[in-house]
Ligand binder design. Structure first.
Ligand SMILES: [Zn+2]
Length: 416
């Protein structure tokens, strides 16, 4: 591979693919919605598999719905280089999040074919199932199945109507009972590289064309269950009442205050519910859900400890009894330095100076980094907008990202 070799993607194919996927959306939802395991998601993945086959890959769909295409390398016993992302969206989402990485990964295979290059390592192209999560509260479904971290408890998790994650997977034509068989072996994988839009404003602010990620945020989710006392709203004095919603209000502001004090940390409340919708009753219980994110595991632990302490303070202020339950903690994923250096070199070979940055959004790379050295290549998001219909990245930026992805695969093929 040389600097001068033409490894640019075929822009027309990228544009056509993007247009096709943009048409496979649920018109009953706002934005560009192709929600995981929906009819549109199934149709999108069928199209992705077909494009993989046309690119010369052999395809299979595993028990959770991951679409996997293989291009055998000249040394079939060498571990595979994996490229991929996800083609599902959040409800009301955009047309670039995940999609750019799936189109880009297929285009890597197409570019290699055009250039007459057969890599030493096999190339594995993946469209991970349901990265964005579901009302059952499980994100990164496909990559977690591949990493072996999708538990039976999570498959049994239900939404408010009693539909479980296993039901969703079955409804899309897959086999939740066979999820154990989706697991990949670390020994079979040499590297994981994912192209993605930044979903934030940093690259645009810095004037950066190509980003190479240093690490991906860790996430801790919580449920704060608050017990107060059901009383008459008119006859219970303000100094005697035990109001769980007042405790919850303190909890919401505590999330904001704690997260704002900690560098790159962020904290968000999802939902606040109470036992009574009436204004003439002090409700007996309330429930608050939320999450903290941090680039450091120690930072995440610190946020947890501070929130636990704040809940106690709020209890003493409002005469309530709170329980904080922490959900599955995704540790921050550190991208592999050697592989990231190859991505920086690949960017330079394509004529771009790579900008190193932290990702406050989570990705399938978090799960993959437990299996193989992993890195991510970012392209800018206009105004930093994402998970909304306005999400936009210029096609020229997408093409730049795909060329850097292709070159990173070839650098990795030579170096690993
Ligand atoms: Zn994404």
């Amino acid at each position: 591979m040389t600097r001068s070799q033409n490894l640019a993607p075929e822009g027309d194919w990228v544009q056509e693919g993007w247009t096709h996927l943009s048409g496979l959306v649920d018109t009953d939802l706002p934005g560009w919605s192709r929600v995981g395991f929906s009819e549109q998601d199934v149709a999108g993945r069928d199209w992705v598999a077909q494009q993989m086959r046309q690119a010369g890959l052999t395809t299979r769909v595993d028990a959770v719905g991951n679409v996997i295409g293989m291009l055998e390398g000249t040394n079939p016993s060498a571990p595979a280089i994996v490229v991929g992302s996800h083609s599902d969206t959040v409800p009301g989402g955009g047309r670039f999040d995940g999609i750019v990485g799936v189109l880009g990964a297929i285009e890597v295979a197409r570019t290699l074919r055009r250039a007459g290059i057969r890599p030493t390592h096999s190339l594995m192209v993946v469209d991970f199932a349901n990265e964005e999560g579901n009302p059952q509260g499980v994100k990164l479904v496909g990559s977690r199945a591949a990493a072996g971290t999708l538990s039976a408890t999570e498959l049994a998790a239900a939404d408010s109507e009693g539909t479980t994650l296993a039901d969703l997977i079955t409804g899309a034509g897959h086999q939740p009972d066979a999820v154990a068989g989706c697991r990949w072996k670390a020994d079979d994988l040499a590297a994981y590289v994912e192209l993605h839009i930044e979903q934030g404003p940093v690259m645009e602010e810095q004037g950066a064309e190509i980003g190479v990620v240093t690490r991906v945020c860790g996430i801790s989710t919580f449920v704060l269950d608050i017990e107060g006392r059901r009383d008459h709203a008119g006859t219970t004095s303000m100094t005697k009442r035990s109001d769980p919603l007042c405790c919850a209000a303190d909890g919401i502001l505590a999330v904001q205050r704690i997260a704002a004090a900690g560098g790159d940390s962020v904290g968000t409340v999802g939902e606040l519910t109470s036992a009574s919708p009436l204004t003439n009753v002090i409700p007996e219980t309330a429930r608050l859900t939320g999450e903290f994110r941090s680039p450091e595991l120690a930072g995440l632990k610190q946020l947890q400890a501070e929130f636990d302490a704040e809940a106690k303070v709020a209890d003493s202020r409002h005469r309530t009894r709170s329980t904080v339950t922490w959900g599955h903690t995704d540790a921050p994923a550190i991208m592999d330095e050697q592989l990231s250096a190859l991505a920086v070199r690949a960017a330079s070979a394509a004529g771009h100076e790579a900008f190193r940055l932290y990702s406050g959004a989570t990705h399938d790379s978090v799960e993959m980094s437990a299996l193989a050295p992993s890195t991510m290549i970012f392209v800018p998001s206009r105004d930093g907008r994402s998970h909304c219909p306005e999400e936009w990245t210029d096609l020229a930026d997408v093409e730049r990202g795909i060329e850097v992805l292709t070159r990173t695969v070839l650098e990795a093929d030579a170096a690993l």
